[in-house]
Design a binder for this molecule. Structure first.
Ligand code: PHE
Length: 567
């Protein structure tokens, strides 16, 4: 499975001193009762980070759009303000074309956006915005979210949700330290609303806001659950929208008044002692742990310069133990849901990783039904990020997990498209607070269609074959550096994800997977020929021949817009 789909790798708190030590009170034994640990009213309301939403509200920048329209159309005469006004009252999540035909935009969850030449969102992706599956009771994604929140629960952790996926490139990438050429920024991997606005590619896009919130509130940590968006391949474990949860935990130094009337940070030793005490108070677990990185590689995965080595190591130990407890809680619940199956000893392993916003960084893998599966990414939060949010006196950890990945394992759901199903035969199977094995209601016949085309020889020489990354690291927050075309934000000559996008746009959830089945280079012309097999199959009904033929004709028609030559 593609790493970017643990959602990680796959490709966005309160007063005074925290007295309680709620994590220590988590009962691991009584995993059936986890739901009662997380009263619904304790979640934050929909607009988790109002200051971020407010920024989005003023996203339409007349100066910028004037410039874009002038350069696009040579006369700058598009009635921008009128178009913006019409967008504000237009139907939500649909692309609208200016009546003069010279511009386009969309009203996304009530906010108007005028597109520019970087925009690449489509009607099909916008149609999925706002479903809030993670906040729909009895939905497996909601059940999984609640299970995770039960391990990282209020009042130690503030459990946020963030319903608006439109964020700035600054929040999604810049403040997190993504280099300018990081593949995650590529237009081929990320949905741009306009050149400065994206559909978030990860929940870390809200890290800055969550840390700012923390600087004003007493909670020592947070979780955030949200839908995230990545242009990607099509198969049973990839969907362009999926869900992530992120968590963080901080420890604080305290301020002392100086004789001169100012304040001084004190107590790094005390902070260290507190981390150690909290670590010692975490419950024991019975997982088998493989941790070759017990002594990690300080060259490639360093302790941050501004950190005390021992303190950083304590934070790492607390992070690892907290996540091991999460695994134990979640997978014990799953084992209990499957009586009769052999209860294997749960095993996890820690692997070194890289994320621009943590150091040192790690991935956690779990051995489940005979395979090692990447589950999450995590690390010690970069101090600059904390400082920028007013948390200069803190140190702590963060993690990110793909919710579908976990839910597919827990409920034995074989196809990621099912999460979007509105079919009662799917929805009626799940109940709050319970993990139950999914019973497939039917398997409808597939219908394969091939499409072959020539592409110009790529200067990158990259092949879509082998695009699966063998490490989640490069693809943090999106961007698969092994795929054709590098991290440009301008359209590439050819990128596999563009085919995926065309197929998604035409066939939506009626396509199960799209696979490259043949590739060769003509010795005469040195042009490359690629053949993709599109597998049309509904989870809910048998597709008729006419229907599939019509879908495939539309796909072929749309493909003519790409820089390829259909054979
Ligand atoms: N946001 C990261 C991703 O999507 C996951 C992550 C979160 C890693 C927090 C470390 C800390 O890949």
């Amino acid at each position: 499975m593609h790493l970017a789909r643990t959602g990680v790798f796959l490709w966005a708190v309160r007063s005074a001193r925290l007295l309680a030590l709620p994590v220590q009170r988590i009962s691991l034994i009584d995993s059936k009762r986890w739901l009662s640990h997380t009263p619904r009213c304790l979640s934050s309301p929909f607009a988790a980070f109002p200051e971020q939403s407010a920024q989005q509200g003023s996203k339409v920048d007349p100066k910028k759009t004037e410039k874009t329209s002038a350069s696009d159309h040579g006369n700058g005469s598009i009635p921008e303000s009128q178009f913006q006004r019409s967008l504000a009252s237009a139907p939500q999540n649909k692309i609208i074309h200016d009546t003069t035909g010279s511009g386009s935009g969309a009203n996304i969850l009530g906010q108007p956006f005028v597109f520019d030449d970087v925009s690449n969102v489509t009607d099909s992706i916008l149609g999925l915005v706002g479903r809030n599956l993670y906040d729909t009771p009895n939905h497996p994604l909601h059940i999984t979210r609640k299970l995770i929140e039960s391990v990282f629960q209020y009042p130690l952790y503030k459990n946020h949700i963030a319903s608006n996926p439109v964020v700035t490139t600054k929040d999604n990438f810049d403040v997190l330290g993504f280099p300018k050429d990081h593949p995650g920024r590529s237009r081929t991997d990320t949905y741009y609303v306009d050149s400065q606005t994206v559909l978030r590619t990860h929940t870390s896009a809200h890290q800055h806001a969550a840390f700012q919130y923390m600087s004003q509130n007493p909670e020592k940590g947070y979780t955030i659950c949200a839908d995230v968006y990545r242009r990607d391949s099509i198969d049973r474990s990839h969907f362009p929208v999926f869900h992530q949860m992120e968590g963080a935990r901080m420890w604080q130094q305290y301020r002392m008044k100086t004789t001169k009337g100012g304040t001084r940070l004190m107590g790094q030793e005390e902070r260290k002692a507190q981390i150690k005490e909290d670590l010692d108070n975490l419950p024991e677990h019975s997982l088998e742990i493989i941790d070759e990185g017990g002594h990690h590689n300080y060259k490639t995965n360093p302790v941050q310069i501004s950190h005390d080595e021992k303190e950083s190591e304590l934070v790492v130990q607390h992070l690892k133990r907290s996540l091991e407890l999460l695994v134990q809680r979640v997978f014990t619940a799953a084992q209990e849901a499957m009586p009769g199956t052999k209860q294997e000893q749960l095993k996890v392993r820690w692997v070194e990783a890289y994320f621009p916003f943590t150091s040192p960084s790690f991935e956690l893998e779990v051995f489940w039904q005979g395979e090692w599966l990447e589950l999450l990414g995590c690390g010690v939060t970069k101090q600059e990020i904390l400082n920028n949010a007013g948390l200069n006196d803190r140190i702590g950890w963060a993690w990110g997990i793909g919710v579908e990945r976990l839910a597919m394992l827990l409920f034995e759901i074989p196809d990621i498209r099912l999460f979007w199903s509105q079919d009662e035969r799917f929805l009626s199977q799940f109940k709050e607070g319970q993990i139950t094995r999914f019973k497939p209601f039917s398997k409808y016949p597939p219908c394969y269609k091939d499409v072959s085309f020539w592409v110009r020889p790529s200067p990158d020489g990259a092949s879509p074959i082998g695009a699966e990354s063998s490490s989640g690291v490069a693809a943090a927050a999106g961007g698969d550096s092994t795929k054709a075309s590098p991290a440009e934000t301008q359209p590439a000559a050819f990128h596999e994800n563009d085919i995926m996008e065309v197929v998604r746009n035409v066939a939506g959830t009626l396509v199960e997977d799209v696979k490259l089945v043949d590739e060769f280079v003509s010795p005469k012309t040195s042009k490359k020929s690629l053949c993709y097999r599109i597998n049309y199959r509904s989870n809910e009904r048998t597709l008729t021949n006419e229907e599939v033929n019509s879908l495939h004709d539309q796909v072929l028609q749309q493909l003519t817009k790409l820089p390829i030559e259909i054979r």
